[in-house]
Design a protein around this ligand. Structure first.
Ligand code: IPM
Ligand code: MG
Length: 358
């Protein structure tokens, strides 16, 4: 297969972890006889510095013309001034919208080798395997917002808006995924308070009843979900929710596994290239030290092969290599709990070695 995979290393530890995933993709290409063209483009804070724009036109065009995009992370204190003209995060929101990536898949999967890294008791964490579908191009992130003069001075507002078609398409994707997993779908909303959530719930119910009646389906209020994720995370299979609730719950969920450094994510639309990235941010505090955990980005490259290039065998091989490396006791600093730890490139090299043995 010939594929064009655009690399957006971004800021902070982004370039360090993307470099390791690139090596893994090259290894897969040579083993399986694929040809991956992997050009790098600026995005985020570095693109603000070089182009005055966190998502330069040439970057967006290259992404739209690619088969898939692998992103490291964007942002950092250098670009945090609240009065700045633009911010790295604006580039992220824009690329999601321009590439029509309405579904953000965030798997929360525990590794038995890492059970001790979780802040939760091992018996709660063991076997947790949740797949979040976070709506990514609508809701309060993209609704009308602004400032105005109110009766008591200046006010600000950000509106949460969802149309039935936006809810339908994300619920369909999540429900289809649940059919291939444990057959359980949970929709999360705040229907006891918000009108937008009442439409969400009504629409989700209709889609599931009409098209996926074989699923076990329930609704959970977002505040209750925040509790259940900690008290009984093992009860969930596929969870579908809106943009803001999904942002918050997936950060909470990532802590179940003990390290954000392990979690990949995929952002996809109905067709066209998808965007793959680790869940963690640019971690400016450890950038440049060569100690970041590259596994989330390596696992994101596996999701990329699976979802955008349909290369299931190659994807599983990468995931198995990561399992093997962890089972063999290799750890980066975030996972080492004070014990011996590998650098970013050493961890990447271990994954390559495990791939070669598979
Ligand atoms: C995420 C991040 C982004 C979001 C920020 C950086 C804009 O938190 O991908 O979850 O809120 O969507
Ligand atoms: Mg977030």
């Amino acid at each position: 297969m010939d594929a064009k995979i655009v690399l957006l290393p971004g800021d902070g530890i982004g370039p360090e972890v993307v470099a390791e995933a690139e090596k893994v993709l090259n290894a897969i290409a040579s083993t399986f006889g694929h040809s991956f063209d992997m050009p790098r483009f600026p995005m985020g804070g570095n693109a603000i510095d070089s182009h005055g724009d966190p998502l330069p036109d040439e970057t967006l065009e290259a992404c739209l013309a690619s088969n898939a995009v692998l992103l490291g992370a964007v942002g950092g204190p250098k670009w945090d001034d609240p009065n700045a003209k633009t911010r790295p995060e604006a580039g992220l929101l824009r690329i999601r919208k321009e590439m029509k990536l309405f579904a953000n898949l965030r798997p929360i999967r525990t590794y038995s080798a890492l059970l001790a890294s979780s802040p939760l008791r091992p018996e709660i964490v063991e076997g947790v395997d949740i797949l979040f579908f976070r709506e990514l191009t609508g809701g309060i992130y993209f609704g009308p917002s602004g400032r105005r003069e109110g009766e008591n001075g200046e006010e600000a507002f950000s509106e949460m808006v969802y149309s039935t078609s936006e809810v339908e398409r994300i619920v369909r994707l999540a429900a289809a995924a649940a059919q291939n997993r444990k057959g359980k779908l949970t929709s999360v909303d705040k229907a006891n308070v918000l009108e937008v959530s009442r439409l969400w719930r009504q629409t989700a119910t209709k889609v599931v009843n009409e098209e996926f009646s074989d699923l076990k389906f329930d609704h959970v209020l977002v505040d209750a979900m925040a509790m259940h994720l900690i008290s009984r995370p093992g009860d969930f299979d596929v969870v579908v929710t809106g943009n803001l609730f999904g942002d918050i719950l997936t950060d909470e969920g990532s802590m179940i596994t003990g390290s954000m450094g392990m979690l990949p994510s995929a952002s996809i639309g109905s067709d066209g290239p998808g965007l793959y990235e680790p869940i963690h941010g640019s971690a400016p505090d450890i950038a440049g030290q060569g100690i970041a955990n590259p596994l989330a980005t390596i696992l994101a490259s596996a999701m990329l092969l699976r979802h955008s290039l349909n290369l299931e065998e190659e994807a599983s091989l990468i995931e198995k290599a990561v399992d093997d490396v962890l089972a063999a006791g290799h750890r980066t600093k975030d996972l080492a709990r004070g014990g011996a730890s590998l650098s970013t490139t050493e961890m990447g090299a271990q994954v390559l070695a495990a791939l070669n043995q598979a």
